[in-house]
Design a protein around this ligand. Structure first.
Ligand code: ATP
Length: 379
């Protein structure tokens, strides 16, 4: 098993001319370079299911490729169990990789595709190659399908074959780059459950890339939210959802309501923030001084932002009440998502039924509000 660490990893691609916001000029040559990763520090613990999530172009694939050894970091180091991987080629890193496209060999049947994963490595002692292939097909719930050709399988089944092939040589580390993005929503949901089950059964350290924040929350032990090549926050799904450290995380992960205001009074555990002349009382901020991006806010600083999740805004709360002008309602089955605004602040609510008037008054418990950091890229 393996603990994976990235320390100060940056990656710049030369002379891209991509026009990306994070392009910079090379001081020495004057060429334009794309900054794909900037000072990424993260640790994936032994046996952990760790997800990299973020919008398109934030550096997820570059991080995964750097871990795999397909890219060398421009600066910084990748270690497996404390051992630097600098200069170690992918085939000597003992990793299994599954990409978005299944990349199965069309001229080989399922069993041959899985056996291909064993070509550079003997099966575990006491097992033949055929036994190992059967074992793996059973693991991914495809027993008896070894003789089929890849084009006789559904997308989800093909992706499970790709997973079996990656696991065949018993890698120390499993790397998955958007393995389900080509599948429809229902299939993705059932496959991610299977994947989580297989991962916990094998206890293999796993790094999973997705741009789907819901998937990231559902499947991970911990996740890192990336934005423009930097880590915004690392935490458990609960921490990321309930205690977003930055505005970017608050906006990216689930619906949220973000208020910008100024601190009126901050003593003891209670902070009062005035937004457009209305004062809200917030609970004690969580101590995040140990976070890589520092404490959530400078209490002395005048301008602050805070967020409240839609489900924390209720009609029955007796504190921090305000009236929302209702714009649209989406019926979601067990709840209704209401979009509206209060003093030009866009508001999202999750209510049990459609409000009857054009306005709905809601409030929130001070403990349900979170103060936010400025995004690293804004500082
Ligand atoms: P997506 O979700 O769209 O796959 P991503 O988060 O995986 O995006 P990366 O593919 O890691 O993002 O790309 C990060 C940045 O690096 C982007 O600005 C991208 O254009 C740039 N980039 C990636 N590969 C190269 C390359 N080979 N040459 C130049 N720029 C690159």
């Amino acid at each position: 098993m393996t603990e994976l660490r990235l320390e100060g990893v940056s990656k710049r691609y030369g002379a891209s001319g991509s026009g990306a916001a994070d392009d910079e000029d090379d001081e020495r040559t004057g060429e334009r370079r794309t900054v794909a990763l900037e000072g990424v520090d993260l640790t994936v613990r032994d046996g952990e299911f760790f997800t990299l999530v973020g919008p398109s172009g934030c550096g997820k694939t570059t991080t995964l490729r750097t871990i795999a050894g397909f890219e060398e970091p421009t600066t910084g180091v990748v270690t497996f169990d404390g051992e630097s991987m600098a200069g170690v080629p992918p085939e000597r890193r003992n990793i299994g990789v599954v990409f978005q496209s299944y990349a199965l060999f069309p001229h080989m049947n399922v069993a041959e595709n899985v056996a291909y994963g064993l070509q550079f490595q003997e099966p575990p002692a006491g097992t033949t190659s055929d036994e190992r292939v059967s074992e793996l097909l059973e693991l991914v719930d495809l027993s008896g399908m070894g003789h089929r050709d890849p084009d006789q399988l559904s997308g989800g089944q093909q992706q499970r074959v790709a997973l079996a092939r990656a696991l065949a040589p018993q890698p120390e580390l499993l790397l998955l780059d958007e393995p389900m993005s080509a599948l429809d929503a229902r299939l993705r949901e059932s496959l991610r459950l299977q994947l989580a089950q297989i991962q916990s059964e094998l206890g293999i350290t796993t790094v999973y890339v997705t741009h789907d924040q819901e998937e990231a929350l559902a499947i991970s032990d911990r996740l890192a939210v990336l934005n423009r090549g930097r880590v915004e926050q690392i935490g458990t799904p609960q921490q990321i959802y309930h205690e977003p450290a930055t505005r970017f995380v608050a906006d990216f992960v689930g619906d949220n309501n973000v208020f910008d205001g100024s601190v009126r009074h901050s003593s003891g555990d209670r902070i009062r923030v005035t937004v457009d002349g209305v004062t809200f009382e917030l609970g004690s901020p969580v101590d995040r001084t140990a976070d890589p991006i520092g404490p959530p806010t400078d209490r002395e600083r005048d301008r602050v932002s805070f967020c409240v999740r839609p489900e924390a805004l209720t009609r029955t709360a007796d504190r921090n009440r305000f009236s929302v002008a209702v714009e649209t309602c989406e019926f979601l089955g067990e709840s209704v998502r209401v979009h509206g605004c209060w003093n030009e602040v866009p508001i999202v609510l999750r209510l049990s039924d459609v409000p009857d008037g054009e306005e709905v008054t809601v409030g929130f418990d001070p403990a349900d509000a979170r103060l936010l950091n400025a995004t690293p890229s804004q500082t």
